[in-house]
Design a protein around this ligand. Structure first.
Ligand SMILES: [Zn+2]
Ligand SMILES: [Zn+2]
Length: 241
């Protein structure tokens, strides 16, 4: 686990046949009020737990798991993580949280063909992602957690309930799969995706001052150029209608 900033830690995803999302741990360790942001792909929970322990963090200090969205590469190992940290709450945007509670996994797999492949490949069951959500986020919340302030911004488009976490004091953005380094953005062809909403979400993020960009996959960026998100939004606009 690498320290990105005071109160922000990074565990790199280990892609397999499918991508494994990065995991971030936020909060000052001394607060005993830490949060895991995204857990990752099925089968990828073990090394992430080890990585947290190796950094000297007690698992009991982790109070919640916040999902940027519920795609399999972000939520797949939730059962592995919950078995190690049973007290951790699950926080997710209302729209995808309600689907999880109903046992509707369309937002997990994104498309039917993919679901049947995953059930076979990972030994998942049709109700593997039916679960209770402890807090349903709407967007607009100002979370005071771990001695830090994180704003929740609803950024649909890649998925219906995508959220970003934004720390205004240090200008850190955790946008899930909505925007990446290298001028890339998330796909917008899966269940619940919407190209026009993705365009609006990028424009929303372009209003923020961002110094550190911590996406769900690939490179993380420190010293982000001031107009980076605006440039990306402009580049992709012709395709997002
Ligand atoms: Zn995704
Ligand atoms: Zn992803």
């Amino acid at each position: 686990m690498a320290k990105i900033h005071e109160g922000v830690y990074f565990i790199q995803g280990r892609d397999d046949m499918l991508p494994d999302s990065h995991t971030y741990v936020i909060g000052e360790p001394s607060s005993n009020d830490l949060s895991i942001i995204d857990v990752g792909l099925t089968g990828k929970g073990g090394y992430k737990i080890q990585s947290i322990k190796k950094a000297g963090i007690e698992l009991s200090a982790i109070k919640r798991i916040i999902m940027t969205h519920t795609h399999l590469d972000h939520i797949g190992c939730i059962a592995e993580i919950k078995s190690q940290i049973p007290g951790a709450e699950l926080w997710v945007h209302r729209s995808e949280g309600e689907l999880l509670e109903q046992g509707d996994d369309r937002a997990v797999y994104g498309m039917n063909e993919f679901k049947s492949m995953c059930l076979m490949q990972y030994g998942l069951k049709s109700d593997s992602f039916k679960m209770t959500v402890d807090r349903k986020l709407e967007g607009g919340e100002i979370l005071e957690i771990g001695n830090m302030v994180w704003e929740i911004i609803h950024i649909p488009g890649h998925s219906m309930g995508g959220i970003a976490l934004y720390n205004p004091a240090f200008e850190i953005l955790i946008p899930g799969d909505v925007i990446y380094a290298d001028h890339a953005i998330g796909r917008f062809d899966l269940f619940g995706a919407n190209a026009n909403e993705l365009k609006n979400s990028l424009n929303r993020l372009a209003q923020l001052k961002i110094d550190i960009l911590l996406p769900g996959h690939n490179n993380i960026v420190k010293d982000l150029p001031g107009d980076y998100v605006k440039q990306v939004a402009r580049t992709w606009e012709p395709y997002l209608r």
